[in-house]
Design a protein around this ligand. Structure first.
Ligand SMILES: *Cc1c(COP(=O)(O)O)cnc(C)c1O
Length: 355
């Protein structure tokens, strides 16, 4: 899908909030930049996107987003290098995945230009909001939801595509202890697990709360049918290192096709790290933990890049992972963030210059 836009209307905020922000102590996704991109779908068409001041949205109480959960989103980041140049990481993959998610939720697909040119216009207007500090970035949240009205349980006739941005520090502090889930599921065959649909997250909150009450920070999702296969870590893809081999599950209806995941696979291969993309059983991981061959587990996703797991619980038993000096997790995270922030060559062509 393409549409050509030559100019994007920009309505500037009357005043900037930037002077209230402590860029040295940024949390994740807590403060929002001055502007947002807004684009409406009406009468069978996406209208031209506009950059407008960041502001509340007014919706009818019968808007279908509230009742039937038609909403999808993306998560990406913009980085500013030491020379002040602005970069994105594989943004077209986010655009494509947004449409894959939209299609599954019966949301009309968005033209590429509206996403890419809209995003670039927004980043230009809010360029000062892109942090330059080590580890910080501008988190970008594109999303589409059903703004059309009516209680009829059918797709809405109106939608909003919005991009908001939030200058952010690191997502997770420290290592996480996880619980391997034996009862609940986040996704199923034929379901929406591969889409970044808002409801997938809502469904994860309650089981995650139960895990938190037991002293864990996250849930390791297993397959809905047998709960014998390890699939994702919270809202991240999962990697397991047994001896020197890095293993991750194949993407499917149930496992989201993460951009960080596929970047890690390519990077690891290029660094001669043995990588296997195959199903991982819980039994295999528990056995490996017992015999000492389980070296690392980590989650992979845009927000945290790589989030190391320090141990896991399964059937009332806790297993600790060894504390290694040189982990794949820290090595691969550095490789990826160095590419993202223009500190190193990018042989893969992942880095995308905004200007
Ligand atoms: C977003 C997401 C990921 C990670 O995808 P990235 O493209 O790497 O950010 C993994 N799993 C789930 C369920 C997700 O929603």
């Amino acid at each position: 899908m393409s549409a050509i836009i030559n100019d994007i209307e920009i309505i500037k905020a009357k005043a900037t909030k930037i002077n209230d922000v402590d860029f040295d102590n940024l949390k994740f996704g807590h403060v929002f930049s001055d502007h947002m991109l807004e684009c409406n779908y009406k009468n069978g068409n996406w209208e031209k996107p506009k950059v407008v001041p960041y502001q509340p949205i007014t919706l009818d109480p019968s808007a279908k987003i509230f009742h039937y959960g038609q909403s999808v989103f993306e998560g990406m980041k913009a980085y500013k290098d030491t020379e002040g140049k602005v970069w994105l990481f594989r943004p077209l993959d986010n655009y494509k995945r947004l449409n894959i998610s939209a299609k599954r939720l019966a949301i009309p697909e968005l033209p590429e230009d509206y996403f890419m040119e809209g995003l670039k216009a927004l980043l230009e207007v809010d360029e000062d909001w892109i942090p330059q500090n080590e580890g910080s970035s501008l988190y970008i949240r594109p999303f589409i939801f059903a703004s059309g009205n009516g209680f009829h349980a059918s797709p809405a006739d109106a939608y909003k595509f919005i991009i908001c941005t939030a200058p952010s520090g690191a997502y997770f502090a420290g290592e996480v202890k996880v619980l391997i889930e034996e009862k609940y599921s986040r996704s199923a065959n034929g379901g929406v697990g591969y889409a970044k649909a808002g409801g997938n997250y809502a469904g994860q909150f309650y089981p995650t709360q139960l895990a938190v009450e037991k002293g864990y920070q996250q849930v390791i999702w297993t397959d809905d049918n047998t709960h014998e296969y390890i699939e994702e870590a919270g809202a991240m893809n999962i990697f397991v290192r047994i001896n020197d081999t890095l293993i991750t599950g194949p993407t499917s209806d149930r496992i989201l096709d993460g951009i960080t995941r596929k970047s890690i696979i390519e990077l690891a291969k290029s660094e001669y790290i043995p990588v296997e993309v195959r199903k991982i059983t819980v039994t295999e991981v528990v056995e490996a933990a017992k015999n000492g061959s389980l070296k690392e587990m980590f989650g992979a996703g845009t927000a945290a890049v790589i989030s190391p797991i320090s141990g896991f619980g399964y059937k009332e038993v806790d297993y600790d992972l060894p504390k290694l000096d040189n982990t794949y997790a820290s090595f691969l995270k550095k490789c990826i963030t160095d590419i993202q922030t223009n500190k190193t060559d990018d042989p893969f062509g992942w880095r995308y210059s905004v200007k």
